[in-house]
Design a protein around this ligand. Structure first.
Ligand code: ATP
Ligand code: MG
Length: 696
């Protein structure tokens, strides 16, 4: 195509791959994305990375017909599409080793929808034996189940994932899905008891009330969502959502994964108990707090549904039981005032819910995980909540944004830094491309030496005994101000003697976020009061008793803090991802109003910037589209050089000489030899080689 023609297409339709842009700038990337969206093209490539712009409208680009197109297409022919990436991952899994698809982007950008499209693709191209058909059913139905318990309406997204999820699909030698494992991260459990204006709690509560069986609702004495303190703070309704219908899908999923009816019943009654518990309002400046008038009924219902005595439940909520150490360990009961007791009541609701969530994931894994899969034949899909900046940000946002920093770090180390280092190691001529390496921010949050924010917080929590939450928070900010990271260029501390106004700002890769320290120490400790644990362990309801049974085993260990848990699970995730061949989907949220096919340039510009797309384009453009060790290259293409006897660099040279002799359309300069690998410049050349190979 002539230069002039390329320019014309670029202006009218945008380019399929941003490395083909004539001038490289963030502004031009946005223009390209806009041109493409105007033509209903929501996917754009940057080398192997796929950018997906949320169209906020259903487009006729999915479904069986399109799956077939990508399944049979030579990868060279296919325009950028999530199916093309799915096909690459699927072929990669079959021909090589474990694959991982990392989906990132802010809240509402389309990560969860992308994850579902990937699953549908893999499910429709892979095998049809009865084992895999059954497994596909389970895997596909696990989505509505987990979404119901783990997603909620927020201001940014009506179906916002409030937990992170890594689903690893397991395949057999024939490439059929035979199992899977779901790992969940950090459920936003504070949503059980609090939702801001225009937001809701988890979908399942509304589903239960709108679509539960009449006998269940009557046993639980449940009414409308508006009747419950936990459900009525924000909104109770979501445009275009049918809670009752979605609830039926949950029931169907429970049946598919084989959760017995009796257990389903228990589970939903506990959800009902949580709602009643929220209505047991407490009053009184003095300790112990009293139930507000009318609160007895709610407390009794909660106690009945949890299988404990109402008086025991009230005592557990209005008294803090603290274990005193020493040789003769004893406990003291400290009466709590209304504020403190409400906090304990809410802690119970949140903990009960998050334990139910874990039980569901465990149950799902017990039917999904298989030992019969072939080693290394896996495709992982990571759908984790996006970077969050609210007006007020707390411990939850810090954890979420920390995980996002880690993911950005993997992206950078594998695509930008990794590529450049490889070229250097291989001795190829290379001009450094500058990029912002967010490693320093990751260190600021989780670092060991000097101790990062999480460690300073843990340190504060360890040295606290029986102080109230606000004092703990101000102690934390004091400690942070005196710590070694206080002068970190990405941190600014807002000191104050009040926990309400003290905080700190972190300069994240995706923008500056100011965190309030209010409740941080409390949320980090996350240790439940002995009073609650002891009460729940006496439950006559076997489901509830089981939820709390593991407490016994943990009683003697040092309780782990929330930040330690998130650090550990994030570390494990990073290790898993590093073992896989990665594929990236970078989702972009085009506007704030959820308006179809509309790009707000400023917002998109910001995302393009922080996602590092410009740097990705530069590296992909200046770099090589294919690289492989000499041996791997020979193994794959030996058929193009009849009589080839050797591998390694000599085999590689002979093979390339044979190709160049036979195909004069390929330029010699396309091939570059490193110390241990062969590099090929343009994707067209590699596509041609693949074609010649298939024709042999
Ligand atoms: P969060 O971080 O809040 O979980 P998310 O990135 O997972 O956000 P999604 O829930 O996937 O966002 O997408 C938000 C909404 O955008 C969807 O409910 C859907 O209406 C729309 N959407 C996303 N992707 C597509 C698509 N490919 N086609 C049509 N609509 C889409
Ligand atoms: Mg999501």
């Amino acid at each position: 195509m002539s230069y002039f023609m390329t320019k014309m297409t670029e202006r009218q339709n945008g380019v399929d791959d941003l490395t083909l842009m004539s001038s490289i700038s963030v502004e031009n990337i946005v223009t390209q994305l806009k041109h493409r969206l105007d033509k209903n093209k929501i996917y754009t490539a940057v080398g192997d990375v796929i950018i997906a712009v949320n169209p906020y409208r259903s487009l006729p680009i999915y479904g069986e017909k399109h799956v077939r197109k990508y399944q049979t297409a030579k990868l060279s022919d296919s325009s950028p599409h999530i199916y093309a990436l799915a096909e690459r991952a699927y072929r990669g899994m079959k021909e090589m080793g474990p694959q991982a698809v990392v989906i990132s982007g802010e809240s509402g950008a389309g990560k969860t929808e992308s994850a579902k499209l990937l699953l549908h693709y893999v499910s429709s191209v892979s095998g049809s034996s009865s084992v895999s058909a059954n497994m596909k059913q389970i895997i596909l139905q696990s989505n509505p189940l987990l979404e119901s318990f783990g997603n909620a309406k927020t201001l940014r997204n009506n179906n916002s994932s409030r937990f992170g999820k890594y689903l690893e699909l397991q395949f057999n030698g024939a490439g059929e899905p035979v199992g899977g494992v779901t790992s969940n991260f950090l459920l936003e459990k504070s949503r059980v008891t609090y939702a801001g204006r225009g937001e809701r709690s988890f979908h399942v509560f509304y589903g239960l009330l709108a679509g539960g069986w009449p006998e269940l609702l009557s046993q639980c004495q449940l009414g409308r969502a508006e009747d419950y303190a936990y459900l009525s703070q924000g909104t109770t309704y979501v445009d275009g959502m049918d809670d009752a219908k979605d609830f039926q899908e949950v029931l169907q999923a429970f049946n598919t994964i084989g959760v017995p009816m009796e257990q389903q019943w228990y589970l939903f009654t506990v959800l009902g108990g949580i709602l009643h518990l929220g209505n047991a309002r407490l009053t009184g400046r003095d300790a112990p707090a009293q139930l507000e008038r009318g609160g007895e009924y709610s407390l009794e219902m909660a106690a009945y549904l949890f299988g404990v005595a109402p008086a025991d439940l009230l005592k557990a909520i209005t008294h803090k039981t603290v274990a005193m150490g020493g040789r003769r360990a004893s406990v003291v009961n400290i009466p709590q005032n209304a504020d403190q007791a409400s906090q304990i009541r809410d802690a119970l609701a949140k903990e009960m819910y998050s334990r139910i969530f874990d039980v569901i994931v465990a149950q799902l894994n017990s039917v999904m995980y298989t030992r019969d899969a072939q080693f290394g034949k896996t495709i992982g899909i990571l759908d984790i909540y996006g970077f969050e900046i609210f007006k007020e940000n707390g411990f939850e946002q810090l954890c979420i944004n920390y995980v996002n920093e880690q993911l950005q770090q993997i992206f950078i180390s594998l695509t930008i830094r990794g590529e450049q280092e490889l070229y250097r190691q291989e001795g190829l001529p290379w001009r450094e491309i500058k990029y912002f390496d967010n490693k320093t921010v990751v260190e600021l949050i989780e670092g060991r030496n000097p101790p990062g924010i999480f460690r300073v917080l843990d340190d504060t929590c360890r040295s606290l005994h029986a102080v109230d939450s606000d004092t703990a928070d101000t102690k934390f900010i004091e400690k942070l101000s005196m710590s070694a990271v206080a002068s970190h260029p990405h941190l600014r501390i807002l000191s104050s003697t009040s926990a309400f106004t003290a905080g700190f700002t972190i300069k994240h890769y995706a923008g500056d976020v100011t965190y309030s320290v209010k409740d941080m120490a409390f949320k980090n400790m996350d240790n439940l009061f002995h009073s609650l644990v002891n009460c729940m362990k006496t439950s006559t309801n076997p489901f509830v008793r089981n939820l709390w049974a593991r407490e016994e085993e943990q009683a003697h260990r040092q309780p782990s803090t929330s930040s330690t848990k998130i650090r550990t699970s994030c570390g494990q995730l990073v290790q898993t991802l590093m073992r896989c061949q990665p594929h990236y989907i970078r989702c972009i949220k085009p506007n704030e109003q959820k308006a179809p096919m509309k790009i707000e340039e400023k917002r998109v510009l910001h995302q393009v910037r922080y996602l590092g797309l410009l740097e990705s384009v530069r590296v992909a453009k200046a770099g090589y589209s294919y690289k492989a060790t000499f041996d791997l290259f020979v193994q794959r293409f030996y058929s193009l050089c009849p009589g080839l006897q050797v591998g390694g660099v000599d085999g590689c040279r002979q093979l390339i000489a044979a190709v160049l002799k036979k195909h004069s359309e390929i330029a010699k300069s396309e091939f570059v030899f490193g110390h241990t690998r062969i590099f090929i410049s343009s994707p067209e050349t590699i596509f041609m080689l693949e074609e010649f190979r298939e024709q042999q």
